[in-house]
Design a protein. Sequence first.
Length: 176
Amino acid sequence: MLTPVLHFTSCKTETESEKKLVSEKASLAEATTVRDTPMMLGTSIYKHLENKANLSVYRNALTIKLKELLMGTEGPYTLIVPTNEALRNLSTNDLDESFLKKYIVKGKMTTAFLVKRIREHGGVYTFVALAGNELKATRDGMDIMILDPFGNEASLKFTDYLAENGVVHTIDTFLK
C-alpha cells in the first residue's frame, strides 16, 4: 500500500514539473513573440524611438521640428533609422537636421511595398528622403539593401515597426 502512494506522489511530482516546464516554455514563447512583434497602431514613430535603447543616438539628435514631425499625426512617413552601433563613429556635429532628414521618407514603405516596387522597377526602386537625397532599394538574396548616391549600402535589419503615422526600419550602417 505504501508503494502505490509513493508511486502516486512520484507521478504527481512529474506532472507538476511537466506543467512548470510547459508554463516556462509558454512564457518564453510569449515574451519572444511580444518582442518580435511589430509595434501596434496607436503609437507614433517617435514613441518607437523612445522605446528602443539601440536607437537613442538618432533620437537624442532630433531637433524639436523633427520630433514634432515624428510624434504627429501627419504622414505617413517611413523612418529608416541607423542603430547606435552604426552611428558610433560620428560626432554630434555630424548629426544635424539635414543628416537626420536623410532617413525620413514621405509615405509608408513596408518591406512588402519595397519588395513589390523593387520587382516592378527591374531590381532597383528609387525614392527621395526629406533631405532631398535619392536612395535606392535593391535585394541581396532575402535582404533589402538601401543605397545612397555615394555607393554606401545598408541592410534593413529590424523592419515593419508600424506606427500610427508610418513605419520604422533599422539599418546597420549610416548613409551619406
